[in-house]
Design a protein around this ligand. Structure first.
Ligand SMILES: Cc1cc2nc3c(=O)[nH]c(=O)nc-3n(C[C@H](O)[C@H](O)[C@H](O)COP(=O)(O)OP(=O)(O)OC[C@H]3O[C@@H](n4cnc5c(N)ncnc54)[C@H](O)[C@@H]3O)c2cc1C
Length: 397
């Protein structure tokens, strides 16, 4: 059976849903495909930065107020940086009426998908298994394993870190381990010792640099606990990340006590983080890559939801212009790359610089010590987190 659309979006995570919502009112016919159904889990730290809230308020269907009404959310008003010598710096996240949140992706992504279905542009296709994606001079063709075939003028690859759109259509880029991180998550209950303002905690211990251990408080006494480390470093030093994570929880002098009455709710769950620490080509003939498929994760904090939503917004704006001009070719789509990096590269580059600086334990100690007292250092450390600064910068992005 042949079905025809203007746009196919593969992946209904934050990037795909934001693009679908961005096309609300455009008059375009959009197929939104996902291999899962919602609610579904996604391995993540579950931190929703103030920048995500800012992005939700900029979509054609304003999602900010609806998000603030969600259950299963912790309001988080600070980020705590713990340095290699165990000293810490707390930096306020709450500013000008904006907070950060910690919301399990089970709930956040189901919320995004429910909102995307409200877009008049969208026809949802869930639990699909894609067999083949091909792109000719005249159209995109997506074959599903159940025998259906979808056709469109454009396809958006919003299908995450292991993007099939990227693998099928995007030639010539080899994965670069210096710009990838591996992450492990474990949900726990009964972890103690959180700050009163529900700070998300980033622990930069000597043995983990250039990576970190995190503990984020969730509602109902639960916590999201995890570890992230550069893939090149893991491979070079033959690190067993799962073992590192379990060892910190069990034995680390600055951590173990807080876990003595805690109970793991799952085994460590892993997933890659494609970091936005270098510029790449993120479009071609009849396709654009979004979110993790375009490697837009903040290389310091590991946060990628805000840029996933932002790239969805940029993609929707680009598509409206492309359909007006009937231009779907690689040369025209380069405008999308340019706009994505115009809005995101300044912050990604700055955060990459801080990430590289912090690879050395004494520098990481120095940064955390000066993060409270020195305005410039604070600006550097907090460039990925601070609500006030983000708000100032992000309102135009
Ligand atoms: C361990 C870890 C911790 C993280 N912590 C944070 C954090 O605390 N805060 C933060 O902001 N970011 C965090 N991130 C990054 C964040 O998870 C991603 O940047 C974000 O999910 C990107 O959104 P996306 O829509 O691009 O991709 P995804 O959220 O991965 O969504 C992709 C969608 O595509 C679907 N899909 C994939 N392949 C196919 C296919 N072949 N056919 C159909 N559908 C398909 C999937 O089912 C999924 O629904 C973390 C990542 C990891 C791995």
């Amino acid at each position: 059976m042949k079905e025809v659309f203007d746009v196919i979006i593969l992946g209904a995570g934050p990037a795909g849903c934001a693009a679908a919502i961005g096309l609300h009112g455009s008059g375009l016919k959009v197929a939104l495909l996902d291999k899962s159904t919602f609610p579904r889990d996604k391995i993540c730290g579950d931190a929703i930065s103030p920048d995500v809230i800012n992005q939700l308020g900029k979509l054609p269907i304003d999602l900010k107020e609806a998000f603030l009404g969600l259950e299963h959310t912790t309001v988080c008003n600070a980020v705590r940086f713990i340095s290699a010598d165990y000293s810490h710096a707390d930096i306020k996240l709450y500013s000008e009426g904006i907070s950060g949140y910690i919301t399990p992706r089970l709930d956040f992504d189901a919320f995004m998908f429910a909102q995307a279905k409200r877009s008049d542009a969208v026809s949802p296709f869930l639990e699909v298994s894609v067999e083949h994606i091909a792109c000719s001079k005249d159209e995109v063709e997506v074959k599903l394993k159940d025998g259906r075939t979808l056709h469109s003028h454009m396809i958006l690859g919003a299908d995450g870190a292991q993007s099939m759109v990227k693998r099928s259509l995007h030639q010539g880029e080899k994965p670069d381990r210096n710009h990838y991180c591996a992450g492990l998550r474990m949900y726990y209950e009964g972890v103690t010792g959180f700050s009163e303002d529900n700070a998300i905690e980033l622990h930069f211990y000597k043995e983990l640099l250039p990576g970190y251990f995190w503990i984020f408080p969730l509602p109902n006494g639960r916590a999201n606990v995890g570890i992230g480390m550069l893939t090149s470093f893991i491979q070079k030093n033959r690190i067993n990340l799962k073992q590192e994570l379990l060892q910190i929880i069990k034995e680390h002098p600055n951590v173990a006590d807080r876990f003595k009455d805690a109970r793991p709710l799952e085994n460590p769950q892993g997933f890659p983080l494609p970091l936005g620490s270098k510029k790449r080509r993120i479009s071609g003939d009849r396709y654009l890559l979004l979110g993790d498929a375009a490697s837009l994760i903040n290389p310091l904090s590991g946060e990628g939801i805000a840029n996933a939503v932002r790239s969805g917004r940029v993609a929707a704006e680009h598509l409206i212009e492309a359909f007006n001009k009937r231009r779907f070719d690689a040369a025209f789509n380069k405008k999308y790359d340019k706009e994505v990096y115009r809005r995101m590269w300044g912050e990604l580059r700055l955060n990459y610089w801080v990430q590289r600086f912090m690879r050395n334990p004494s520098r990481s100690n120095w940064l955390v010590k000066h993060a409270i007292t020195h305005p410039l250092v604070k600006e550097l450390v907090m460039s990925g987190f601070d609500a006030k600064n983000i708000f100032k910068r992000a309102t135009s992005r």
